[in-house]
Every structure is written in C-alpha cells, then in structure tokens.
Design a protein around this ligand. Sequence first.
Ligand SMILES: NC(=O)c1ccc[n+]([C@@H]2O[C@H](COP(=O)([O-])OP(=O)(O)OC[C@H]3O[C@@H](n4cnc5c(N)ncnc54)[C@H](O)[C@@H]3O)[C@@H](O)[C@H]2O)c1
Ligand SMILES: O=C(O)C[C@H](O)C(=O)O
Length: 308
Amino acid sequence: MKVTVVGAGAVGASCAEYIAIKDFASEVVLLDIKEGYAEGKAMDLMQTASLNGFDTKITGTTNDYSKTAGSDIAVITSGIPRKPGMTREELIGINAGIVKTVSSSLIEHSPNAIIIVVSNPMDTMTYLVHKTTDLPKNRIIGMGGALDSARFKYRLAEALGAPISDVDGMVIGGHSDKGMVPLTRLATRNSVPVSEFISDERLEQVAADTKVGGATLTGLLGTSAWYAPGAAVSGLVQAIACDQKKIFPCSTLLEGEYGLNDLCIGAPVVLGRNGIEKIVEIELSDAEKAKLAESAEGVKKTNGLLEL
Ligand SMILES: NC(=O)c1ccc[n+]([C@@H]2O[C@H](COP(=O)([O-])OP(=O)(O)OC[C@H]3O[C@@H](n4cnc5c(N)ncnc54)[C@H](O)[C@@H]3O)[C@@H](O)[C@H]2O)c1
Ligand SMILES: O=C(O)C[C@H](O)C(=O)O
C-alpha cells in the first residue's frame, strides 16, 4: 500500500507520522514544493521508526511526481492555512490554484489513486477536484467531518465529565465555522442519549464550541491545528487501506441524497478499499434538515467563487 501526502507542512507531516505509527502502509511519500523540505521531514520521521516501532518507509521529494507513481491513496494538504481572525473561505484565492495543479499531477502518475482533500476551504476544494478531473465520485473524499466529530466528542466528554471512549457523536454539513451541524440529538454516552445527563443549554454550548473548534485553535496557535487533523486523515487512509468499511462523515458529491445536489458536503459514508462505498442517509429532524440546507447554501456560495 503506497500513500502519497502532498504538502509536508504541519498537517501533511502529522498525517504521515500517524500513518507510519499505525504501520499498515508499506510506503509513504511526502512531496512539497519547498526545496528539501519533504526530504527533511521524511528523514526526521524515519529516525523515529526504531523508537516508535514501525516499518513503513517514508521518503520525501521536492515536487517530483514520478516518485509518487502508483500510489493507492493520495492526500492533498498543500496550500496556505488561515491566521487568527480569518475564515477558511478566505483561502480560496491561493489554494484553488494549488489544489487544481496538484490533483492533476497526482492523477497523471497514479491514475488509480483515491484522493483525500484536506486543503481549505475543504468542501469547495473537494468540489474543484470533481469538476477538474474525471475521477469517479467514490475516489474523491474531503476530510473535515472526521475531525469535527473528534472535536465534538472532546467537548461532549468535557461537558459530561466522562472519558472520551464512552462518548459517541457525529458532525455533518460544511467544514466551516457556521456550516457545521453537530448532531446533538444522536450523541450518546455508552448508548444512552447525552440529553439524559446534561441540559439542552449545555448541549447547545457544546455544539457552539465544536463549530468554532478550528478557529479557537488558530487563535491559540497563530496558525491552524495539525495533530487532530493529521490523526483524522490517517483514520480515513487506514479505513480505505485496510478495507475497514467504517462510517465517517466525509465531504462527498451529493446527487439527491439529503435533498442536495451538485456540491460536496459532509455526510456519513462507508469507507473501504473502493473509497466511498456508500453514502448513508440517516433520518434527520426538521431542525437538522434546515441547518444542513443552510450549510449547503454557504458551501454553494463559496463554490460560486471558483473559476471553472
Ligand atoms: N480539512 C481540514 O480539516 C483541515 C485541517 C487542518 C488544516 N487544513 C488545511 O490544510 C492546509 C495545510 O495546512 P498546514 O497547517 O499543513 O499548512 P503548512 O503551511 O504547514 O503546510 C502547507 C505546505 O504546503 C506546501 N505547498 C504549497 N504549495 C504547494 C504545491 N503547489 N505543491 C506542493 N506543496 C505545496 C507548502 O510548502 C507547505 O509546506 C491548509 O489549507 C489548511 O487550512 C484543513
Ligand atoms: O481551522 C482551520 O482553518 C483548519 C482546519 O480546517 C481545522 O478545522 O482545524
């Protein structure tokens, strides 16, 4: 199993590290446009192999896509991150050009690869890959919901005073400060609805904190987060590589599901060796449907800024 990660910056390197530590891939290729950077990150990571006990071979290259040839999975993290006070949508001007070039170079050398898009604004970048390549929809996956759901579970555990392993929950919708839809109604603590333990007001606060999870970290760090994003990407890569058939909320092209069309937005999907093997349609309440429709409007507005 060969995995390429384009962008050896904060998220790309974190994702490569988690993939290697889980030891399911034979090879991870890091590619960056900055001279020597991916090679340096790869060497540093390889020097953790004996310490962390993995055999995955990590190599780096400066923009040489021939080194990525034959990849089974390719992750796109290249692009600029936001700074405090910015929205993800403001990154579209620079990142759209990068994602378009990178996806075309990746596919040229790895025509069978499954592409995972991470660069922001992620739902729009995922849509851009659909619009500018001829890959089938199951092989284009946007990562956002897996991360947002991990943040939701963190906030839920905090509010409940419970261990995170006791908590389950999912965030669907757009990966944006306003567009996320944390499904509070369906969140559970060991199969019991969380509303049995905390007030509606506290649950609303959990949802609000989840939605600004990325912005909160950007304010603290001066740039956006990388550990949880990297771990979330590695989870998707592992589900595909190991044909796990796990459900994650991912940005996927909707063609009528949830009453939505012609956009990529977060919805639960089954991930296996063929990428997105099924879009799972869960019964939403009227309030949840309205929030998802509003989120979709926001994503479509950003998609409208693309020069297609
Ligand atoms: N979808 C998500 O949940 C999520 C989570 C975190 C970050 N992000 C996004 O991921 C992107 C990367 O974030 P980061 O913190 O790793 O940024 P970073 O600046 O640390 O790394 C980005 C890397 O991309 C490289 N790069 C730029 N143009 C390139 C090109 N054409 N080809 C190859 N490499 C190129 C840069 O040299 C840099 O090393 C940002 O757009 C950020 O907003 C998304
Ligand atoms: O917040 C950001 O800009 C990066 C990423 O989308 C995140 O949620 O951490």
